[in-house]
Ligand binder design. Structure first.
Ligand SMILES: Cc1cc2nc3c(=O)[nH]c(=O)nc-3n(C[C@H](O)[C@H](O)[C@H](O)COP(=O)(O)O)c2cc1C
Length: 386
């Protein structure tokens, strides 16, 4: 007799659209990016830099849950960048990190950031389903194809050329979706991935599948995201909200032409203090005066950014850019300034933003106390009940 466990048959149905809303009515979803790694995204030597340890991540996730922060997005990092702090040298693996946090929270969406070439798709699909059941549908998947040669060498895996990385990822995501799908005894015959008599149970929670995101920046990466994902993370233009709005619109229109919905997100870095002056002083202290410049130069070296390749002026610009959280929207200011920028990003059509602080746990309460109510008054976030 084929007995269905009560627990599974009792699971309420959850639509993909509900998953995409991250279970809130807020027009702008807010998340934290990079807390699973030591120093997070601030390449700094200041003593209060982020530990990245489990206790701090758990405390942060609970704080997000209580304060209505929608998501936590980790960085898939396997090896530190060296420098004085061995920047990101301590990192929690992201699927197990997410599963642990999801087990201890009630509302938060937690992503796993997964290097497709390093995880067998059927093992990965089952890990995602497990996290999804633990959390009743709050697990999200960030697919990355990798870029850091050093990390791949550590695994003894050679990186494919850039275009082929996405060809492989295409097959990988199809295989994962196949394992999540209803068909039993399925087959996959790709150029890279060949699977026979696939059986994978249980299926994701609630009759839909986990939210999938990608942050490809190249034309190929962007096309991959539009075709396969629900959320596309892109860099907001640093000088013009109109350019950002046009980027968002174009991506959503391309997705619509393929008959699908797409949310567009961005990433950033926040330093929020009671006055503009204090925020700028702290930013300068943490990021410029006490930057871990040897780590920054190591990262730039891996990306082939040097005076010789980009010229002195651009090199100095990139150095600062990488020191403050490795890129993204830089937001330094008082609560009015930060709320204003977030509102502008929302008006540009962005569905959300994942950002970092130097010390997430110390800085998030002030952000929640001061910036969230401003966003509520501006109609960007719904008033919190209770
Ligand atoms: C929000 C965000 C998260 C990312 N997370 C990772 C990561 O954890 N590991 C990684 O190797 N790359 C990560 N990336 C890099 C992207 O997946 C992508 O490879 C990069 O933007 C370059 O684009 P391309 O692959 O189209 O050339 C991330 C990028 C962004 C913007």
């Amino acid at each position: 007799m084929n007995v269905r466990p009560n627990e599974l048959s009792a699971a309420p149905s959850i639509s993909l659209r509900e998953r995409m809303s991250m279970y809130t009515d807020n027009a702008l979803k807010i998340g934290l990016f990079g807390s699973n790694c030591s120093s997070g995204r601030a390449v700094t030597t200041v003593p209060e830099r982020w530990t990245g340890n489990w206790q701090d991540n758990l405390a942060l996730a609970r704080m997000c849950d209580e304060r209505g922060i929608e998501f936590m997005l980790p960085v898939g990092r396997w090896k530190g960048y060296g420098g004085d702090t061995d920047y990101m040298g301590t990192s929690l693996e992201t699927i197990t990190w997410a599963t642990g946090l999801l087990a201890k929270t009630k509302r938060l969406v937690a992503f796993g950031t997964v290097h497709a070439p390093l995880f067998h798709p059927l093992i990965a699909a089952k890990q995602f389903v497990t996290a999804d059941h633990v959390s009743h549908g709050r697990f999200g998947l960030n697919i990355v194809v990798g870029w850091n040669e050093d990390e791949f060498q550590m695994f003894g895996v050679s990186q494919r050329d850039h275009e082929q990385r996405y060809d492989y990822a295409q097959e990988w995501v199809e295989a994962v979706k196949m394992a999540w799908g209803p068909k039993d005894d399925a087959e996959y015959q790709g150029e890279f991935i060949k699977l026979k008599h696939v059986r994978a149970k249980p299926k994701p929670y609630g009759g839909s599948r986990p939210l999938i995101m990608n942050a490809g920046a190249s034309a190929t990466g962007r096309a991959f995201a539009i075709k396969n994902c629900d959320a596309f993370f892109t860099q907001a233009d640093r000088t013009s909200m109109d350019v950002t709005a046009a980027k968002v619109k174009a991506a959503k229109e391309e997705a619509a032409a393929q008959g699908k919905e797409l949310d567009v997100y961005t990433v950033g870095v926040v330093t929020c203090r009671p006055t503009q002056k204090e925020a700028e002083e702290y930013y300068h202290y943490a990021t410029i005066e006490n930057g871990d410049w040897s780590a920054v130069d190591g990262i730039l070296g891996k990306k082939n950014i040097s005076v010789a390749t980009v010229g002195e002026e651009e090199f100095q610009k990139q150095r600062h850019h990488y020191a403050h959280g490795m890129g993204g929207q830089l937001m330094v200011g008082d609560p009015d300034r930060i709320a204003g920028t977030l509102a502008d990003l929302s008006r540009a059509g962005l569905r959300g933003i994942g950002f970092s602080f130097v010390n997430y746990l110390r800085e998030l309460p002030y952000f929640c106390d001061e910036v969230l109510p401003r966003l509520e008054r501006m109609g960007i976030r719904a008033k919190r009940k209770g």
